[in-house]
Design a protein around this ligand. Sequence first.
Ligand SMILES: [Zn+2]
Length: 594
Amino acid sequence: MKNRWLFPLLLLPVVALAADTLPPLLPWQGSTESLIKPKHPWVTPAELSNLTETPDYTATVSYLQKLVASSELLRMESIGKSPQGRDIWLIKASMQPELIGKGQGKSGRPTLLVQAGIHSGEIDGKDAGLMLLRDIVHGDKQALLAQVDLLFIPILSVDAHERKGKFNRMNQRGPVDQGWRSTAQNLNLNRDYAKADSLEMQAVLKAINSYQPDLYMDVHVTDGEDYQYDITYGFNEPFASQSPNGASWLATVYRPALDQALSDAGHIPGPLVFALDPLDFAKGLQGSTSTPRFSTGYGDVRHLPTILVENHSLKPYRQRVLGTYVLLQHSLQLLAQQGKALQLAKKADENARPQRQVLAFKAAEQPDLIAFKGISYEIAHSDIINGPYVKWTGQPKEYAALPVFWEKVPALEVEVPKAYWIPPQYQDVITRLQHHGIQFSRLEKSGKLELQQLSASSHELASRSFEGRVGVKATFTPNWSEFALPAGTVRVSTDQPLGALAVALLQPEGPDSLFSWGFFHGMFERTEYFETYAMLPWIEQELKTNKTLATDFAAAVKADAKLAKDGQARLHWFYQRSPFYDQTYLKYPVLIER
Ligand SMILES: [Zn+2]
Protein backbone atom coordinates (compact mmCIF):
# COMPACT_ATOMS: atom_id res chain seq x y z
CA MET A 1 0.00 0.00 0.00
CA LYS A 2 2.72 2.35 1.00
CA ASN A 3 4.64 1.60 -2.18
CA ARG A 4 1.64 2.20 -4.41
CA TRP A 5 1.47 5.79 -3.20
CA LEU A 6 5.15 6.36 -3.03
CA PHE A 7 5.81 5.58 -6.67
CA PRO A 8 3.61 8.20 -8.32
CA LEU A 9 4.75 10.79 -5.80
CA LEU A 10 8.36 10.14 -6.56
CA LEU A 11 8.01 9.75 -10.30
CA LEU A 12 5.62 12.52 -11.24
CA PRO A 13 7.87 15.52 -10.72
CA VAL A 14 10.70 13.78 -12.57
CA VAL A 15 8.52 12.84 -15.57
CA ALA A 16 7.21 16.40 -15.81
CA LEU A 17 10.70 17.84 -15.69
CA ALA A 18 11.73 17.42 -19.32
CA ALA A 19 8.81 19.26 -20.93
CA ASP A 20 8.39 21.99 -18.35
CA THR A 21 11.99 23.12 -18.38
CA LEU A 22 12.06 24.06 -22.06
CA PRO A 23 11.91 27.75 -23.09
CA PRO A 24 8.43 29.29 -23.55
CA LEU A 25 6.58 28.70 -26.81
CA LEU A 26 5.24 31.11 -29.41
CA PRO A 27 1.53 30.37 -29.92
CA TRP A 28 0.88 28.78 -33.31
CA GLN A 29 -2.14 28.10 -35.51
CA GLY A 30 -2.11 27.01 -39.14
CA SER A 31 -4.45 25.83 -41.85
CA THR A 32 -2.58 22.52 -41.82
CA GLU A 33 -4.31 21.58 -38.58
CA SER A 34 -7.26 20.49 -40.71
CA LEU A 35 -5.01 17.74 -42.15
CA ILE A 36 -5.43 15.75 -38.93
CA LYS A 37 -8.33 13.35 -39.51
CA PRO A 38 -9.13 11.49 -36.27
CA LYS A 39 -12.41 10.14 -37.71
CA HIS A 40 -10.96 8.85 -41.00
CA PRO A 41 -11.32 5.07 -41.43
CA TRP A 42 -7.57 5.04 -42.20
CA VAL A 43 -6.62 7.31 -39.29
CA THR A 44 -2.89 6.98 -38.65
CA PRO A 45 -1.67 5.90 -35.21
CA ALA A 46 -0.15 9.35 -34.51
CA GLU A 47 -3.38 11.16 -35.43
CA LEU A 48 -5.21 9.18 -32.74
CA SER A 49 -3.12 11.12 -30.22
CA ASN A 50 -3.54 14.46 -32.05
CA LEU A 51 0.09 14.11 -33.14
CA THR A 52 1.57 13.94 -29.68
CA GLU A 53 2.63 10.29 -29.83
CA THR A 54 4.33 8.16 -32.44
CA PRO A 55 3.74 4.44 -33.05
CA ASP A 56 6.46 1.89 -32.37
CA TYR A 57 8.09 -0.16 -35.14
CA THR A 58 5.53 -2.98 -35.05
CA ALA A 59 2.52 -0.64 -35.13
CA THR A 60 4.09 1.45 -37.91
CA VAL A 61 4.83 -1.57 -40.11
CA SER A 62 1.43 -3.10 -39.41
CA TYR A 63 -0.36 0.13 -40.46
CA LEU A 64 1.73 0.33 -43.63
CA GLN A 65 1.16 -3.32 -44.54
CA LYS A 66 -2.61 -2.83 -44.34
CA LEU A 67 -2.45 0.44 -46.27
CA VAL A 68 -0.30 -1.13 -49.01
CA ALA A 69 -2.64 -4.13 -49.26
CA SER A 70 -5.57 -1.76 -49.71
CA SER A 71 -4.23 0.07 -52.77
CA GLU A 72 -2.86 -0.68 -56.24
CA LEU A 73 -0.74 2.47 -55.97
CA LEU A 74 1.50 1.15 -53.21
CA ARG A 75 4.17 -1.52 -52.83
CA MET A 76 6.53 -2.16 -49.96
CA GLU A 77 9.83 -3.97 -49.90
CA SER A 78 12.54 -4.65 -47.37
CA ILE A 79 15.76 -2.97 -48.53
CA GLY A 80 17.83 -4.75 -45.89
CA LYS A 81 18.00 -6.02 -42.33
CA SER A 82 19.29 -4.04 -39.38
CA PRO A 83 22.03 -5.41 -37.08
CA GLN A 84 19.28 -6.60 -34.70
CA GLY A 85 17.42 -8.28 -37.55
CA ARG A 86 14.60 -5.83 -38.27
CA ASP A 87 13.53 -5.19 -41.84
CA ILE A 88 14.15 -1.68 -43.15
CA TRP A 89 11.09 -0.89 -45.23
CA LEU A 90 10.74 1.15 -48.40
CA ILE A 91 7.27 2.16 -49.58
CA LYS A 92 6.84 2.77 -53.31
CA ALA A 93 3.94 5.01 -54.32
CA SER A 94 3.26 5.37 -58.02
CA MET A 95 0.61 5.10 -60.72
CA GLN A 96 2.94 2.35 -62.04
CA PRO A 97 4.66 0.99 -58.92
CA GLU A 98 6.16 -1.97 -60.82
CA LEU A 99 8.06 0.36 -63.12
CA ILE A 100 9.98 2.46 -60.60
CA GLY A 101 13.67 2.03 -61.22
CA LYS A 102 13.33 -0.96 -63.56
CA GLY A 103 16.05 -0.16 -66.08
CA GLN A 104 14.66 0.09 -69.63
CA GLY A 105 11.09 -0.06 -68.35
CA LYS A 106 11.73 2.67 -65.81
CA SER A 107 8.77 4.97 -65.59
CA GLY A 108 11.12 7.89 -66.27
CA ARG A 109 9.05 10.06 -63.97
CA PRO A 110 10.73 12.39 -61.53
CA THR A 111 11.21 10.39 -58.33
CA LEU A 112 11.32 11.73 -54.79
CA LEU A 113 13.05 9.68 -52.06
CA VAL A 114 11.98 10.70 -48.55
CA GLN A 115 13.89 9.21 -45.64
CA ALA A 116 12.66 9.50 -42.06
CA GLY A 117 14.33 8.42 -38.85
CA ILE A 118 18.03 8.33 -39.77
CA HIS A 119 18.15 9.68 -36.21
CA SER A 120 15.13 7.86 -34.95
CA GLY A 121 14.37 10.26 -32.07
CA GLU A 122 13.76 12.80 -34.86
CA ILE A 123 10.84 10.95 -36.37
CA ASP A 124 8.57 13.71 -37.77
CA GLY A 125 8.97 12.46 -41.34
CA LYS A 126 7.49 9.05 -40.49
CA ASP A 127 4.17 10.31 -39.18
CA ALA A 128 3.88 13.02 -41.85
CA GLY A 129 4.60 10.39 -44.52
CA LEU A 130 1.96 8.01 -43.17
CA MET A 131 -0.68 10.77 -43.29
CA LEU A 132 0.32 11.79 -46.81
CA LEU A 133 0.29 8.21 -48.13
CA ARG A 134 -3.15 7.74 -46.55
CA ASP A 135 -4.42 10.91 -48.24
CA ILE A 136 -2.96 9.79 -51.56
CA VAL A 137 -4.65 6.38 -51.59
CA HIS A 138 -7.79 7.02 -49.50
CA GLY A 139 -8.20 10.80 -49.69
CA ASP A 140 -8.03 13.70 -52.10
CA LYS A 141 -4.30 13.68 -52.90
CA GLN A 142 -4.10 10.97 -55.58
CA ALA A 143 -3.27 13.59 -58.22
CA LEU A 144 0.15 14.02 -56.56
CA LEU A 145 1.18 10.78 -58.27
CA ALA A 146 -0.09 11.78 -61.72
CA GLN A 147 3.42 12.65 -62.91
CA VAL A 148 5.75 11.80 -60.03
CA ASP A 149 6.85 8.67 -58.13
CA LEU A 150 7.42 8.63 -54.37
CA LEU A 151 9.81 6.40 -52.44
CA PHE A 152 9.46 6.54 -48.68
CA ILE A 153 11.64 5.04 -45.94
CA PRO A 154 9.47 5.46 -42.81
CA ILE A 155 12.22 4.48 -40.32
CA LEU A 156 15.84 4.06 -41.32
CA SER A 157 17.44 3.54 -37.91
CA VAL A 158 14.96 0.82 -36.97
CA ASP A 159 16.83 -0.68 -33.98
CA ALA A 160 17.38 2.74 -32.37
CA HIS A 161 13.70 3.53 -33.00
CA GLU A 162 12.91 0.74 -30.52
CA ARG A 163 15.39 2.04 -27.93
CA LYS A 164 12.58 4.41 -27.15
CA GLY A 165 11.80 6.38 -24.04
CA LYS A 166 10.77 9.68 -22.56
CA PHE A 167 14.30 10.78 -21.77
CA ASN A 168 16.07 10.40 -25.11
CA ARG A 169 15.88 13.97 -26.44
CA MET A 170 16.10 16.54 -23.66
CA ASN A 171 15.83 19.59 -25.95
CA GLN A 172 12.86 18.37 -27.99
CA ARG A 173 9.07 18.82 -27.58
CA GLY A 174 7.62 15.46 -28.39
CA PRO A 175 6.58 12.92 -29.39
CA VAL A 176 6.05 11.32 -25.96
CA ASP A 177 8.31 8.35 -26.64
CA GLN A 178 11.34 9.04 -28.78
CA GLY A 179 13.94 6.77 -30.34
CA TRP A 180 17.69 7.04 -29.89
CA ARG A 181 20.07 9.08 -32.05
CA SER A 182 22.66 6.40 -32.82
CA THR A 183 22.18 2.79 -33.94
CA ALA A 184 22.34 -0.40 -31.88
CA GLN A 185 26.07 -0.39 -32.73
CA ASN A 186 26.25 3.23 -31.50
CA LEU A 187 26.93 4.57 -34.98
CA ASN A 188 25.58 7.92 -36.13
CA LEU A 189 24.14 7.09 -39.56
CA ASN A 190 24.46 10.70 -40.67
CA ARG A 191 28.24 10.34 -40.41
CA ASP A 192 28.28 7.01 -42.24
CA TYR A 193 27.47 7.90 -45.87
CA ALA A 194 31.05 7.87 -47.17
CA LYS A 195 32.47 4.97 -45.14
CA ALA A 196 29.20 2.98 -45.24
CA ASP A 197 30.09 0.78 -42.26
CA SER A 198 26.53 0.12 -41.12
CA LEU A 199 23.99 -2.31 -42.56
CA GLU A 200 21.43 0.51 -42.43
CA MET A 201 23.57 2.76 -44.64
CA GLN A 202 24.36 -0.09 -47.02
CA ALA A 203 20.59 -0.62 -47.39
CA VAL A 204 20.02 3.04 -48.26
CA LEU A 205 22.85 3.07 -50.79
CA LYS A 206 21.37 -0.03 -52.44
CA ALA A 207 17.97 1.67 -52.68
CA ILE A 208 19.53 4.82 -54.17
CA ASN A 209 21.41 2.77 -56.76
CA SER A 210 18.38 0.62 -57.64
CA TYR A 211 15.85 3.43 -57.97
CA GLN A 212 18.03 6.39 -59.00
CA PRO A 213 15.80 9.04 -57.36
CA ASP A 214 15.99 12.62 -58.64
CA LEU A 215 15.54 14.32 -55.28
CA TYR A 216 16.41 13.02 -51.81
CA MET A 217 15.03 14.39 -48.53
CA ASP A 218 16.60 13.45 -45.20
CA VAL A 219 14.26 14.51 -42.38
CA HIS A 220 15.66 15.44 -38.93
CA VAL A 221 14.93 17.61 -35.89
CA THR A 222 17.40 20.28 -34.68
CA ASP A 223 19.14 20.92 -31.41
CA GLY A 224 20.62 24.27 -30.51
CA GLU A 225 19.29 27.81 -30.68
CA ASP A 226 15.73 29.03 -30.41
CA TYR A 227 14.18 30.97 -33.31
CA GLN A 228 10.76 31.46 -34.86
CA TYR A 229 11.20 29.02 -37.75
CA ASP A 230 9.47 25.65 -37.40
CA ILE A 231 10.77 24.03 -40.59
CA THR A 232 14.37 24.70 -41.59
CA TYR A 233 16.18 23.03 -44.43
CA GLY A 234 19.34 23.33 -46.44
CA PHE A 235 21.69 21.77 -48.97
CA ASN A 236 25.18 22.35 -50.30
CA GLU A 237 24.74 25.77 -51.90
CA PRO A 238 25.72 26.42 -55.54
CA PHE A 239 28.81 28.38 -54.43
CA ALA A 240 30.27 25.26 -52.74
CA SER A 241 28.81 22.38 -54.72
CA GLN A 242 30.17 19.43 -56.71
CA SER A 243 26.81 19.45 -58.54
CA PRO A 244 26.43 23.08 -59.65
CA ASN A 245 23.41 22.42 -61.88
CA GLY A 246 21.46 20.47 -59.27
CA ALA A 247 22.41 22.92 -56.51
CA SER A 248 21.31 25.83 -58.65
CA TRP A 249 17.92 24.13 -59.21
CA LEU A 250 17.57 23.70 -55.44
CA ALA A 251 18.48 27.34 -54.77
CA THR A 252 16.51 29.04 -57.53
CA VAL A 253 13.54 26.72 -58.15
CA TYR A 254 12.98 24.50 -55.12
CA ARG A 255 13.65 26.87 -52.21
CA PRO A 256 11.48 29.82 -53.34
CA ALA A 257 8.57 27.50 -54.17
CA LEU A 258 8.75 25.52 -50.93
CA ASP A 259 9.25 28.60 -48.73
CA GLN A 260 6.12 30.06 -50.33
CA ALA A 261 4.11 26.86 -49.88
CA LEU A 262 5.10 26.53 -46.22
CA SER A 263 4.33 30.20 -45.51
CA ASP A 264 0.96 29.95 -47.28
CA ALA A 265 0.09 27.00 -45.04
CA GLY A 266 0.92 29.00 -41.90
CA HIS A 267 4.36 27.53 -41.23
CA ILE A 268 7.61 29.44 -40.80
CA PRO A 269 10.36 28.14 -43.11
CA GLY A 270 13.94 29.16 -42.45
CA PRO A 271 17.55 28.48 -43.40
CA LEU A 272 19.71 25.75 -41.90
CA VAL A 273 22.30 27.68 -39.86
CA PHE A 274 23.98 27.56 -36.47
CA ALA A 275 25.02 30.36 -34.08
CA LEU A 276 28.72 31.24 -34.06
CA ASP A 277 28.71 32.23 -30.41
CA PRO A 278 26.07 30.63 -28.17
CA LEU A 279 26.21 33.63 -25.83
CA ASP A 280 25.95 36.30 -28.52
CA PHE A 281 23.53 35.55 -31.35
CA ALA A 282 24.15 38.93 -33.02
CA LYS A 283 27.71 37.84 -33.89
CA GLY A 284 26.11 35.82 -36.61
CA LEU A 285 25.71 32.34 -38.00
CA GLN A 286 27.81 29.69 -39.62
CA GLY A 287 26.57 28.18 -42.86
CA SER A 288 28.18 24.82 -43.34
CA THR A 289 29.10 22.94 -46.50
CA SER A 290 28.74 19.26 -45.76
CA THR A 291 31.42 16.72 -46.59
CA PRO A 292 30.37 13.28 -47.90
CA ARG A 293 29.93 11.73 -44.45
CA PHE A 294 26.61 13.62 -44.28
CA SER A 295 23.54 13.06 -46.46
CA THR A 296 23.76 16.49 -48.08
CA GLY A 297 27.51 16.27 -48.77
CA TYR A 298 27.12 12.73 -50.07
CA GLY A 299 24.18 13.59 -52.32
CA ASP A 300 26.12 16.57 -53.64
CA VAL A 301 29.24 14.60 -54.58
CA ARG A 302 27.20 11.87 -56.31
CA HIS A 303 24.97 14.37 -58.14
CA LEU A 304 21.80 13.47 -56.27
CA PRO A 305 20.19 16.75 -55.19
CA THR A 306 19.70 16.28 -51.45
CA ILE A 307 17.85 18.33 -48.85
CA LEU A 308 18.51 18.17 -45.15
CA VAL A 309 15.31 19.01 -43.29
CA GLU A 310 15.78 20.10 -39.67
CA ASN A 311 12.50 20.78 -37.92
CA HIS A 312 12.87 22.98 -34.90
CA SER A 313 13.14 20.87 -31.75
CA LEU A 314 11.41 23.39 -29.49
CA LYS A 315 8.22 23.43 -31.59
CA PRO A 316 5.57 20.86 -30.60
CA TYR A 317 5.55 17.53 -32.43
CA ARG A 318 2.15 18.32 -33.93
CA GLN A 319 3.35 21.55 -35.57
CA ARG A 320 6.51 19.86 -36.86
CA VAL A 321 4.69 16.90 -38.40
CA LEU A 322 2.18 19.18 -40.13
CA GLY A 323 4.99 21.34 -41.55
CA THR A 324 6.74 18.22 -42.79
CA TYR A 325 3.51 17.11 -44.50
CA VAL A 326 3.45 20.42 -46.42
CA LEU A 327 7.10 19.98 -47.36
CA LEU A 328 6.50 16.48 -48.75
CA GLN A 329 3.28 17.35 -50.54
CA HIS A 330 4.72 20.44 -52.22
CA SER A 331 7.98 18.71 -53.10
CA LEU A 332 5.86 16.23 -55.09
CA GLN A 333 3.87 19.06 -56.66
CA LEU A 334 7.02 20.94 -57.60
CA LEU A 335 8.53 17.80 -59.13
CA ALA A 336 5.40 17.45 -61.27
CA GLN A 337 5.96 20.96 -62.64
CA GLN A 338 9.76 21.24 -62.61
CA GLY A 339 11.00 17.67 -62.37
CA LYS A 340 12.12 17.45 -66.00
CA ALA A 341 14.36 20.49 -65.48
CA LEU A 342 15.77 18.82 -62.37
CA GLN A 343 16.47 15.62 -64.31
CA LEU A 344 18.32 17.64 -66.97
CA ALA A 345 20.34 19.45 -64.31
CA LYS A 346 21.24 16.13 -62.68
CA LYS A 347 22.28 14.68 -66.04
CA ALA A 348 24.49 17.71 -66.74
CA ASP A 349 26.27 17.22 -63.40
CA GLU A 350 26.72 13.49 -64.06
CA ASN A 351 28.21 14.22 -67.48
CA ALA A 352 30.56 16.99 -66.33
CA ARG A 353 34.22 16.01 -66.00
CA PRO A 354 35.84 18.84 -64.01
CA GLN A 355 39.65 18.76 -63.97
CA ARG A 356 39.91 19.90 -60.39
CA GLN A 357 37.87 19.01 -57.31
CA VAL A 358 37.50 20.78 -53.98
CA LEU A 359 37.61 18.29 -51.12
CA ALA A 360 36.99 20.77 -48.29
CA PHE A 361 35.70 24.31 -47.87
CA LYS A 362 36.36 26.83 -45.11
CA ALA A 363 34.29 29.76 -43.89
CA ALA A 364 34.43 33.05 -45.79
CA GLU A 365 35.90 35.99 -43.91
CA GLN A 366 33.26 38.30 -45.36
CA PRO A 367 29.73 37.37 -44.28
CA ASP A 368 26.53 37.43 -46.30
CA LEU A 369 23.77 39.35 -44.54
CA ILE A 370 20.30 37.86 -44.13
CA ALA A 371 17.04 38.86 -42.47
CA PHE A 372 16.42 36.44 -39.62
CA LYS A 373 13.36 35.67 -37.51
CA GLY A 374 14.96 35.18 -34.12
CA ILE A 375 13.75 34.84 -30.56
CA SER A 376 14.95 37.33 -27.96
CA TYR A 377 17.02 36.17 -25.03
CA GLU A 378 18.57 37.36 -21.81
CA ILE A 379 21.99 36.54 -20.50
CA ALA A 380 21.27 35.21 -17.02
CA HIS A 381 23.66 34.16 -14.29
CA SER A 382 23.63 30.64 -12.91
CA ASP A 383 25.12 29.83 -9.52
CA ILE A 384 25.36 26.18 -10.56
CA ILE A 385 27.77 26.82 -13.41
CA ASN A 386 28.92 30.06 -11.76
CA GLY A 387 28.62 31.84 -15.06
CA PRO A 388 26.35 33.23 -17.74
CA TYR A 389 23.89 31.32 -19.93
CA VAL A 390 21.31 32.15 -22.58
CA LYS A 391 17.71 32.25 -21.39
CA TRP A 392 15.28 32.34 -24.35
CA THR A 393 12.24 34.52 -23.64
CA GLY A 394 9.85 33.10 -26.25
CA GLN A 395 9.36 36.59 -27.73
CA PRO A 396 10.04 37.25 -31.45
CA LYS A 397 13.07 39.33 -32.34
CA GLU A 398 13.72 40.36 -35.93
CA TYR A 399 17.29 40.71 -37.19
CA ALA A 400 17.34 42.87 -40.32
CA ALA A 401 20.87 41.92 -41.36
CA LEU A 402 22.43 39.02 -39.49
CA PRO A 403 25.87 37.97 -40.76
CA VAL A 404 26.23 34.41 -42.10
CA PHE A 405 29.75 33.09 -42.64
CA TRP A 406 29.31 30.47 -45.35
CA GLU A 407 31.86 27.74 -45.90
CA LYS A 408 32.53 28.65 -49.50
CA VAL A 409 36.29 29.19 -49.72
CA PRO A 410 38.16 26.14 -51.10
CA ALA A 411 40.45 24.83 -48.35
CA LEU A 412 41.70 21.71 -50.14
CA GLU A 413 41.63 21.21 -53.88
CA VAL A 414 43.12 18.44 -56.01
CA GLU A 415 43.64 17.66 -59.65
CA VAL A 416 41.31 14.85 -60.72
CA PRO A 417 43.39 11.87 -61.88
CA LYS A 418 42.42 9.51 -64.71
CA ALA A 419 42.04 6.54 -62.37
CA TYR A 420 42.92 4.89 -59.06
CA TRP A 421 44.42 1.40 -58.83
CA ILE A 422 43.50 -0.61 -55.72
CA PRO A 423 45.45 -3.77 -54.85
CA PRO A 424 43.11 -6.80 -54.64
CA GLN A 425 43.83 -7.43 -50.95
CA TYR A 426 41.90 -4.27 -49.96
CA GLN A 427 38.60 -6.13 -50.17
CA ASP A 428 36.86 -3.92 -47.60
CA VAL A 429 37.63 -0.85 -49.72
CA ILE A 430 36.49 -2.55 -52.94
CA THR A 431 33.28 -3.68 -51.22
CA ARG A 432 32.58 -0.09 -50.16
CA LEU A 433 32.89 1.05 -53.79
CA GLN A 434 30.35 -1.62 -54.74
CA HIS A 435 27.94 -0.35 -52.07
CA HIS A 436 28.26 3.11 -53.57
CA GLY A 437 27.60 1.84 -57.09
CA ILE A 438 30.98 3.03 -58.38
CA GLN A 439 32.01 1.23 -61.57
CA PHE A 440 35.43 -0.42 -61.80
CA SER A 441 37.31 -3.04 -63.78
CA ARG A 442 39.66 -5.78 -62.62
CA LEU A 443 43.04 -6.64 -64.11
CA GLU A 444 42.72 -10.16 -65.51
CA LYS A 445 46.48 -10.75 -65.79
CA SER A 446 49.29 -9.20 -63.82
CA GLY A 447 51.02 -6.30 -65.54
CA LYS A 448 53.42 -3.40 -65.16
CA LEU A 449 52.46 0.23 -65.23
CA GLU A 450 54.04 3.63 -64.56
CA LEU A 451 51.94 5.17 -61.76
CA GLN A 452 52.08 7.78 -59.05
CA GLN A 453 52.47 6.76 -55.44
CA LEU A 454 51.83 8.95 -52.41
CA SER A 455 54.13 8.58 -49.40
CA ALA A 456 53.02 9.93 -46.06
CA SER A 457 55.68 12.47 -45.11
CA SER A 458 53.92 13.10 -41.80
CA HIS A 459 50.84 11.64 -40.19
CA GLU A 460 48.86 11.88 -36.99
CA LEU A 461 46.31 9.38 -35.72
CA ALA A 462 43.29 10.82 -33.93
CA SER A 463 43.63 10.80 -30.15
CA ARG A 464 40.27 9.08 -29.71
CA SER A 465 37.80 6.89 -31.52
CA PHE A 466 35.07 8.52 -33.61
CA GLU A 467 32.19 6.51 -35.05
CA GLY A 468 34.01 3.34 -34.08
CA ARG A 469 37.11 4.32 -36.04
CA VAL A 470 40.43 6.01 -35.35
CA GLY A 471 40.91 8.64 -38.03
CA VAL A 472 44.20 9.86 -39.43
CA LYS A 473 45.50 13.03 -41.06
CA ALA A 474 48.58 13.00 -43.25
CA THR A 475 50.59 15.02 -45.71
CA PHE A 476 51.94 13.26 -48.78
CA THR A 477 54.86 13.41 -51.18
CA PRO A 478 54.20 12.06 -54.67
CA ASN A 479 56.67 10.03 -56.69
CA TRP A 480 56.50 8.06 -59.91
CA SER A 481 57.60 4.53 -60.47
CA GLU A 482 56.87 1.40 -62.44
CA PHE A 483 54.67 -0.95 -60.43
CA ALA A 484 53.96 -4.64 -60.87
CA LEU A 485 50.21 -4.99 -60.49
CA PRO A 486 48.89 -8.43 -59.56
CA ALA A 487 45.87 -9.96 -61.28
CA GLY A 488 42.71 -8.78 -59.58
CA THR A 489 43.95 -5.21 -59.10
CA VAL A 490 40.97 -2.89 -59.41
CA ARG A 491 41.02 0.15 -61.70
CA VAL A 492 38.56 2.90 -60.77
CA SER A 493 38.18 5.38 -63.59
CA THR A 494 37.07 8.90 -62.72
CA ASP A 495 35.45 9.09 -66.17
CA GLN A 496 32.03 7.96 -64.90
CA PRO A 497 28.95 9.61 -63.38
CA LEU A 498 30.24 8.77 -59.87
CA GLY A 499 33.79 9.97 -60.65
CA ALA A 500 33.66 12.81 -58.10
CA LEU A 501 32.54 10.36 -55.43
CA ALA A 502 35.47 8.09 -56.31
CA VAL A 503 37.85 11.03 -55.84
CA ALA A 504 36.24 11.92 -52.49
CA LEU A 505 36.70 8.34 -51.28
CA LEU A 506 40.12 7.49 -52.73
CA GLN A 507 42.09 10.73 -52.77
CA PRO A 508 43.60 10.27 -49.31
CA GLU A 509 43.79 13.94 -48.25
CA GLY A 510 39.99 14.26 -48.37
CA PRO A 511 38.27 14.65 -44.99
CA ASP A 512 35.97 11.69 -45.73
CA SER A 513 38.33 9.56 -47.78
CA LEU A 514 38.53 5.91 -46.77
CA PHE A 515 42.15 6.64 -45.86
CA SER A 516 41.08 9.39 -43.43
CA TRP A 517 38.51 7.03 -41.88
CA GLY A 518 41.26 4.48 -41.16
CA PHE A 519 40.91 1.82 -43.86
CA PHE A 520 44.68 1.84 -44.54
CA HIS A 521 46.28 1.89 -41.09
CA GLY A 522 48.44 -1.09 -42.03
CA MET A 523 50.73 1.28 -43.94
CA PHE A 524 51.81 2.88 -40.62
CA GLU A 525 53.25 -0.34 -39.23
CA ARG A 526 56.62 -1.96 -39.88
CA THR A 527 56.81 -5.67 -39.18
CA GLU A 528 60.43 -6.61 -40.07
CA TYR A 529 63.55 -5.56 -38.19
CA PHE A 530 67.34 -6.07 -38.19
CA GLU A 531 69.82 -7.40 -35.67
CA THR A 532 73.07 -5.54 -35.16
CA TYR A 533 75.17 -8.68 -35.79
CA ALA A 534 73.63 -8.92 -39.25
CA MET A 535 73.51 -5.23 -40.02
CA LEU A 536 77.12 -4.24 -39.20
CA PRO A 537 78.82 -6.69 -41.61
CA TRP A 538 76.38 -5.64 -44.33
CA ILE A 539 77.25 -1.93 -43.78
CA GLU A 540 81.01 -2.57 -43.77
CA GLN A 541 80.79 -4.54 -46.99
CA GLU A 542 78.55 -1.92 -48.63
CA LEU A 543 80.77 1.05 -47.66
CA LYS A 544 83.73 -0.56 -49.44
CA THR A 545 82.02 -0.47 -52.82
CA ASN A 546 79.31 2.21 -52.54
CA LYS A 547 81.09 5.59 -52.45
CA THR A 548 77.85 7.60 -52.58
CA LEU A 549 76.56 5.84 -49.47
CA ALA A 550 79.77 6.70 -47.62
CA THR A 551 79.60 10.38 -48.64
CA ASP A 552 75.88 10.63 -47.79
CA PHE A 553 76.48 9.05 -44.40
CA ALA A 554 79.30 11.46 -43.56
CA ALA A 555 77.12 14.43 -44.53
CA ALA A 556 74.15 13.09 -42.55
CA VAL A 557 76.24 12.66 -39.39
CA LYS A 558 77.41 16.28 -39.74
CA ALA A 559 73.89 17.62 -40.21
CA ASP A 560 72.03 15.54 -37.63
CA ALA A 561 73.02 15.75 -33.96
CA LYS A 562 71.08 12.62 -33.05
CA LEU A 563 72.80 10.62 -35.73
CA ALA A 564 76.17 11.91 -34.54
CA LYS A 565 75.84 10.36 -31.11
CA ASP A 566 73.25 7.59 -31.37
CA GLY A 567 74.53 4.24 -32.62
CA GLN A 568 71.07 2.74 -33.08
CA ALA A 569 70.03 5.76 -35.14
CA ARG A 570 73.05 5.17 -37.39
CA LEU A 571 72.13 1.54 -37.92
CA HIS A 572 68.59 2.61 -38.74
CA TRP A 573 69.90 5.18 -41.24
CA PHE A 574 71.63 2.39 -43.14
CA TYR A 575 68.71 -0.02 -42.76
CA GLN A 576 66.40 2.49 -44.45
CA ARG A 577 68.80 2.58 -47.40
CA SER A 578 69.23 -1.18 -47.57
CA PRO A 579 67.22 -3.53 -49.80
CA PHE A 580 65.95 -5.19 -46.59
CA TYR A 581 63.84 -2.18 -45.69
CA ASP A 582 60.03 -2.49 -46.17
CA GLN A 583 59.30 -0.54 -49.35
CA THR A 584 55.58 -0.31 -48.59
CA TYR A 585 56.02 1.36 -45.20
CA LEU A 586 54.19 4.75 -45.12
CA LYS A 587 53.12 4.34 -48.77
CA TYR A 588 49.44 4.80 -49.63
CA PRO A 589 48.60 1.49 -51.33
CA VAL A 590 46.17 2.96 -53.85
CA LEU A 591 48.15 4.04 -56.92
CA ILE A 592 47.21 6.97 -59.10
CA GLU A 593 47.04 7.14 -62.90
CA ARG A 594 47.32 10.67 -64.30
ZN1 LIG B 1 19.43 14.49 -36.83
